[in-house]
Ligand binder design. Structure first.
Ligand SMILES: NC(=O)c1ccc[n+]([C@@H]2O[C@H](COP(=O)([O-])OP(=O)(O)OC[C@H]3O[C@@H](n4cnc5c(N)ncnc54)[C@H](O)[C@@H]3O)[C@@H](O)[C@H]2O)c1
Length: 462
């Protein structure tokens, strides 16, 4: 159903309904108090954190007062970013995996941004909320389903909000398509697709010095993500990285705000790509010790999801084979569809609207449509965002986080999105173990999805 595309109109209209009381309650319960300046603690300051820190340190309304990371190299590299933006050095917590807990004791930290390895996200989010710190959490999937409930329960108990920092929801073409969805141009949505289709072989292995394409080591002999991420591909078979593909589709389908995901089923292909990479790499070979490692995660994992309002979603995890980057979005309704074949450029996809194209049954180029329906946020901030990471979308996710904390308003992607999106991973693993058996996706909102209203990017504000 098309949305009224205006935050003020929406608030005015909803004020008249009974549902508004529930919304007002939830805003009150999960919104921080207003602030002029946001003081941030960074937990995990590896490569991803640099993009957030760059965005934060450019803003006069943000200070990064403390950082926590057990690796000296990561600390040293983070401090270079502070120098680059001529900002004072933060307090440093580097004494092991638990030292972030001392960062959480500081009075000059309002919010933390978690950019640590996946297995730490929920643990650190829970500790942060219990310490009264607002949380921004990087993307990934949960290790255990229970941790998703634990994060929701902690947020509800402490009344501390959490933002799911899914930057792809802010990709320019994705937001233009969302804009068209909200204008009703696709009719009623029927199906969505997305995925993580990214050749990560040169990320999952390196030489311990250079992050990308430099060797076949992983674990303690490696650097950055190859230190920890590869272990997940080794030990787990499932949709390991659901949120980049799911987030944008979930927002367009109003998941947790009028709709919800009810069940899923996953199947996995055989796992060949990572072993082949090690064996064929000039620094690897059949005699390299890593050639004996058995990687569990199928090269392609497909997960199909059913939604309460009748839509289907297909997610594909594809990180171990040679391929160009493509998150593979497809948004399909009763009146038209969009398919994305690139990495977010305006020209990289196809689109079809049956009425406007006189039932031609032919794809149209996307450029004209994506330009005409550019989202108001991108129109307003596009130039400013250009230098930020991932084609500018990182600017918007950080902007939304800071603006919500400053204004004391609800996060557009919140703890229920975190829980339901993260939950896809353990549920997909269970489904694969059970031969593709359907798994129920819990309702982490406990029924509130029926009355919660969409608030993501309703205008050009944040
Ligand atoms: N949204 C995006 O586009 C995007 C892009 C890249 C990575 N990521 C995500 O960001 C997160 C971090 O990825 P990365 O590429 O920076 O990895 P990284 O390995 O470069 O950085 C992770 C850092 O966390 C530190 N760490 C480990 N245990 C810790 C602990 N207990 N407490 C504090 N710090 C700890 C490590 O020492 C390391 O410096 C992951 O969740 C990843 O999936 C998101």
């Amino acid at each position: 159903m098309p949305h009224s595309f205006n935050r003020r109109k929406f608030i005015k209209a909803s004020a008249l309904t009974g549902a508004s009381l529930a919304i007002a309650d939830s805003i009150k319960a999960f919104a921080p108090a207003k602030k002029d300046k946001v003081r941030i603690g960074m937990i995990g300051v590896g490569l991803r954190s640099h993009e957030h820190m760059g965005n934060f340190l450019q803003r006069e309304d943000v200070e990064i007062t403390a950082i926590a990371d057990p690796q000296q190299r990561s600390i040293d590299e983070a401090l270079v970013v502070f120098k680059q933006y001529k900002r004072p050095e933060p307090a440093i917590y580097k004494n092991g995996n638990e030292d972030y807990k001392n960062l959480l004791k500081r009075d000059d930290v309002d919010a933390v941004v978690i950019c640590s390895p996946w297995e730490w996200h929920s643990i650190q989010a829970i500790d942060a909320m219990n310490a009264g710190k607002i949380v921004g959490a990087e993307v990934c999937g949960a290790v255990k389903l229970q941790e998703c409930w634990d994060v929701v329960n902690t947020s509800e108990k402490t009344k501390i909000p959490l933002m799911m920092m899914e930057n792809v929801c802010y990709r320019r073409d994705v937001m233009a398509v969302m804009n068209m969805v909200r204008k009703g141009m696709f009719g009623e949505l029927i199906h969505g697709q997305g995925g993580y289709e990214h050749d990560l072989r040169g990320v999952l292995f390196n030489d311990g010095v250079t992050a990308y394409n430099s060797g076949v080591e992983f674990g303690k002999n490696a650097y950055s993500e190859a230190q920890w991420r590869t272990e997940h591909n080794k030990n787990r078979n499932g949709e390991l990285y659901p949120t980049h593909g799911l987030g944008p589709v979930a927002v367009m389908m109003d998941i947790n705000r009028g709709n919800r995901m009810t069940k899923l089923s996953s199947i996995a292909s055989k796992a060949k790509g990572l072993h082949k990479y090690i064996v064929e790499h000039p620094k690897g070979g059949e005699n390299h010790p890593n050639a004996n490692v058995v990687f569990k995660c199928g090269d392609i994992v497909n997960t199909q999801i059913q939604c309460a309002n009748g839509e289907t979603i297909l997610l594909t995890h594809d990180v171990s084979s040679p391929r160009p980057y493509n998150l593979g979005f497809r948004v399909q309704g009763t009146e038209g569809l969009w398919q994305d074949f690139g990495s977010g450029g305006k020209k990289q996809g196809h689109i079809y609207f049956q009425k406007e194209m006189n039932h031609s049954h032919r794809w149209d180029d996307t450029e004209k449509w994506l330009t005409e329906h550019d989202h108001p946020l991108w129109k307003k901030y596009g130039t400013q965002a250009e230098g930020a990471g991932h084609g500018g979308m990182d600017f918007f996710v950080d902007h939304a986080f800071i603006e919500c904390v400053k204004r004391g308003t609800e996060f557009p992607l919140d703890v229920y999105d975190y829980a339901s999106w993260y939950a896809i991973t353990p549920l997909s693993e269970k489904s694969i173990i059970e031969g593709g058996q359907v798994q129920n996706i819990p309702d982490f909102t406990r029924g509130k999805w029926k009355t919660r209203k969409q608030i993501f990017a309703l205008d050009d504000d944040y």
